[in-house]
Design a protein around this ligand. Structure first.
Ligand code: GRF
Length: 201
């Protein structure tokens, strides 16, 4: 089962997927990193792990569609089964979204539909919620709007700051994302309209 990870930054989620493959918790191979920030830390992580990279600089293209067509060619050449967004800081167009419908997932640091978009942790703190968390969802054309696959709560405790909550959220993400990807690798995830079912093993 062949996965591609799209990321723009630190890459702790990319790392947790690579590590899960290595330690046997995820029966899949990370075939490709797609990254729009050639200097990002995640690129170094991919090189260290021996994962191929497709790096690009968006401003060198005349449109989002233009660089996404190139990405789809790379994904197809590598026979990618599942596209896993992990801190990829760009909206995808229908070029990727339609081609990989049902095979394209994202992780977001809130309990969606609360706090979509940027700085979800800051939004949650500002709002004053007592529980936030992590959501893994299918990607559609909107901003964090696709069908929800799995969620994990993270409590907001007295004295928490954006930094401490982010830490707890990252810890939850690093547990949840490899597990969800392993459900896909085992063919356990079914999508009907907005309803996602994960078959029990
Ligand atoms: C994660 O919190 C993820 O939920 C969000 O971006 C962050 C990426 O972190 N979409 P990292 O680059 O995986 O460390």
């Amino acid at each position: 089962y062949r996965i591609a990870v799209f990321a723009s930054g630190e890459g702790s989620n990319f790392q947790s997927l690579v590590d899960a493959v290595r330690n046997g918790g995820l029966n899949a191979s990370v075939e490709l990193l797609v990254c729009d920030k050639p200097a990002a830390r995640v690129v170094q992580r991919a090189q260290d792990a021996g994962v191929d990279c497709h790096l690009f600089t968006p401003k060198n293209y005349e449109s989002r569609e233009a660089y996404e067509k190139e990405i789809v060619e790379v994904l197809e050449a590598k026979n990618i089964d599942l596209v896993v967004l992990a801190g990829y800081m760009r909206l995808l167009t229908s070029v990727v979204v339609d081609r990989y419908a049902g095979r394209l997932i994202n992780i977001h640091p809130s309990l969606l539909p609360a706090f979509p978009g940027k700085d979800a942790v800051g939004q949650a703190l500002e709002y004053g919620v007592k529980i936030t968390g992590v959501t893994v969802h299918f990607v559609d054309g909107g901003m964090d709007t696709g069908p929800i696959i799995a969620q994990h709560p993270v409590p907001v405790l007295l004295g928490d700051t954006a930094e401490t909550i982010s830490k707890s959220i990252h810890a939850a993400e690093q547990q949840l994302y490899p597990e969800v990807v392993s459900w896909f690798a085992q063919g356990l995830v079914e999508l009907n309209g907005r309803q996602v079912t994960v078959r029990q093993i």
